[in-house]
Design a protein around this ligand. Structure first.
Ligand code: UDP
Length: 272
């Protein structure tokens, strides 16, 4: 493979990004729910060239037992990169970065979950990055949240996440790998969209107070857009699962929305 070359510029004279996007434009996103047969819940995300699969198991008995929490389920997240997911072979042993990102993802998801309904048990989320091209922790949150809903874990809301960054002095949403590597910094964030509560906020690089405020506003707008895509992916999966609903456009009573509401209710999704 040819060595990676630093691009001459990240923002063109016309104000467009290296892949032709506008500063506030997300990469193309494809979300799928129910992609793994063995898992209790699963989802995949393609965000540009980043490709991630998340599988949820549980609530189930927790081993080792000393991790048991008497008043709620333990949320155990394992974020891993496949050896072939990055240009240099990723060593298979868990890295410090993977452990940190696992913790960050768990903390971003927890505020939306009613884990107290399953004391002394564990909900496991296994996340594998198949292909990394920037923004993997946020893409992983988008997929993991959908996988939790698919597993029927009671939640206040789905959690969308996005990274906003800076390159050539301009704020950009949803950084690609080169923007991440050669840009001036990034701010990954996740929110509960209905209340705009922030469940993840990290910062890499330096931003002025004004830039940070603007970056967060851009992030909230993008998260709300992502949230719509998440809900739509979940709806599609329930329409597919309904046995008497062979055709997505051909419901019993002609009411697409009625079917969706019943099915979303089954998933114990407590969206507003
Ligand atoms: N990356 C890589 N090798 C690694 C780890 C990361 O090439 O061992 C790339 C990958 O494309 C990743 C990007 O660097 O998406 C940024 O990584 P970071 O740690 O900032 O996390 P992310 O932005 O993926 O959440």
């Amino acid at each position: 493979m040819s060595p990676e070359v630093k691009p001459d510029f990240l923002i063109s004279p016309e104000g467009l990004r290296i892949d032709g996007r506008r500063p506030d434009e997300m990469r193309p996103i494809e979300l799928k729910v129910g992609v793994l047969k063995q898992a209790d819940g699963s989802a995949s995300i393609r965000q540009g060239k980043t490709y991630i699969i998340a599988g949820v198991y549980g609530p189930r008995e927790l081993h080792p037992r000393h991790l048991t929490l008497n008043d709620r389920a333990y949320l155990r997240v394992e974020y891993r990169m496949a050896t072939f997911s990055v240009p240099d072979r990723k060593r298979p042993a868990p890295s410090r970065r993977e452990r940190e990102i696992s913790m960050v993802i768990a903390n971003a998801l927890k505020p939306a979950l009613f884990l107290q309904e399953f004391p002394k048990s564990v909900v496991d989320i296994f996340i594998t990055v198949i292909q990394a091209d920037g923004g993997t922790r946020c893409a992983a949150i988008n997929a993991a949240s959908l996988a939790l809903a698919d597993a029927g874990i009671p939640m206040r809301s789905l959690i969308p996440a996005v990274a906003v960054g800076k390159a050539d002095g301009k704020l950009l949403v949803d950084l690609g790998d080169e923007e991440d590597k050669y840009g001036q910094g990034d701010v990954p964030m996740a929110i509960i969209p209905q209340t705009e509560e922030i469940t993840l906020l990290q910062q890499d690089g330096s931003f002025t107070r004004e830039e940070l405020n603007e970056a967060m506003q851009m992030g909230i707008t993008s998260c709300k857009y992502l949230h719509e895509l998440q809900k739509e992916a979940l709806r599609r999966s329930y329409v597919k699962k309904t046995p008497d609903n062979g055709d997505e456009d051909d419901d019993d009573d002609g009411s697409y929305e009625d079917d969706l509401e019943t099915d979303l209710g089954e998933a114990e999704l407590m969206e507003d």
